[in-house]
Design a protein around this ligand. Structure first.
Ligand code: NAI
Length: 342
């Protein structure tokens, strides 16, 4: 994050913030589920962005205090709170980027799919409101199971006649963040330089880190590949167990989602060099949705990056084939849910 609180202008004069040294703060961002474990720190991190002019925080409860608290940070954006379904349209009006971390998180022993029954309906209703009020916005889904909630969102948008596959994203950035951290630690690399593409989906074996594509290039023994891949796939469960019933990853997730939001804002602002991994509609494999690196631009996804999937190691090729049935089933489950409700 190019955090505005570290700017030269602000160091020189904390009272009289000089916006001229900043990128233009002109984008409206809404966080749906803003009072939750992810929503609160994510909203704070978005408040630090010099590109945001308006930050709209929505939840079914407890969001007034979160907004009052965050609004005291002396960064450019105006913060407003919105509570309950009757206020959702006001929240979404004119928004450029909508981030959705609304829904229940895992407890120990649960898979992401166990959340389907509650979160599927929440995502359906929120995306339906997005379709009605800001159909051109970038829509970023954090709510699990992402492998199903993104296809649900796509169906809802299709039913409303406003589906733009270039603007619908499942947020898988945390998988990349974890892969980068664990690889840098294991190989003693400088953390800031490491970039590992993570493809597939966002649950268990559908999370496929492509260690052979690590930049800067690094070599791994077969044992290291197995150990790192399994750790990256199970990292969410590591946090769920450590929190022992108090939820799943929230702080690292907020960091990862804030990075994805900031990348999207930079792309909207005309930066021509923005790449992130995301779970999106895709033709890179025979699956209709697939996470891969994508190039972001003013109109959303400018290109999917196929090169990461070329020249895979045997281990990665086998893992890619192995994940497809589970990912396909999760996608179909989401589509069937949305079509049944139509
Ligand atoms: P949380 O329970 O702390 O917060 C969820 C928030 O959503 C609450 O404030 C709740 O009031 C709100 N909410 C519930 N129904 C709503 C509705 N209809 N409209 C608006 N807000 C609503 O949960 P936490 O930890 O913030 O997790 C949220 C979601 O993010 C979970 O589904 C979790 O599985 C997922 N997650 C996704 C990750 C990813 O990498 N994509 C990583 C970690 C969690």
């Amino acid at each position: 994050l190019r955090a505005s609180f570290t700017s030269k202008a602000q160091k020189e004069n904390n009272q009289n913030f000089n916006y001229k040294l900043q990128p233009q703060a002109s984008y409206k961002v809404a966080v749906l589920g803003a009072a939750g474990g992810i929503g609160q720190p994510l909203s704070l991190l978005i408040k630090m962005s010099p590109l945001v002019s308006d930050l709209h925080l929505y939840d079914i409860a407890n969001v007034k205090g979160v907004a009052a608290d965050i609004s005291h940070c002396n960064t450019p954006s105006q913060v407003r709170d919105f509570t309950g379904a009757s206020d959702l349209a006001n929240c979404l009006n004119g928004v450029d980027v909508v981030v959705i971390p609304a829904g229940v998180p895992r407890k120990p022993g649960m898979t992401r799919d166990d959340l389907f029954n509650i979160n599927a309906g929440i995502v359906r209703d929120l995306v339906s409101a997005v379709a009605d009020n800001c159909p051109d916005a970038f829509i970023q889904i954090i709510s699990n199971p992402v492998n199903s909630t993104v296809p649900i969102a796509a169906e809802v948008l299709k039913q409303k006649g406003v589906y733009d596959p270039k603007k619908l994203f499942g947020v898988t950035t945390l998988d990349v963040v974890r892969a980068n951290t664990f690889v840098a630690q294991r190989k003693n690399l400088k953390l800031i330089d490491v970039d590992v593409p993570v493809v597939g989906g966002h649950a268990g074996i559908t999370i496929l880190p492509l260690l052979s594509k690590t930049r800067p290039s690094a070599s791994f023994t077969d044992e290291e590949v197995e150990e790192l891949t399994v750790r990256i796939q199970n990292a969410g469960t590591e946090v769920v167990e450590a929190k022992a019933g108090a939820g799943s990853a929230t702080l690292s997730m907020a960091y990862a989602a804030a990075r994805f939001v900031e990348s999207s804002l930079r792309a909207l602002d005309g930066d021509g060099d923005v790449y992130e991994c995301s779970f999106v509609q895709s033709d890179l494999t025979d699956l209709p949705f697939f996470a891969s690196r994508v190039k972001l631009g003013r109109k959303g996804i400018e290109a999917l990056i196929p090169s990461d999937l070329q020249g895979l190691s045997d281990y990665e090729q086998k893992a890619l084939e192995a994940l497809k049935p589970e990912l396909q089933a999760s996608i179909e489950k989401g589509i069937a849910f949305a079509q049944k409700q139509a």
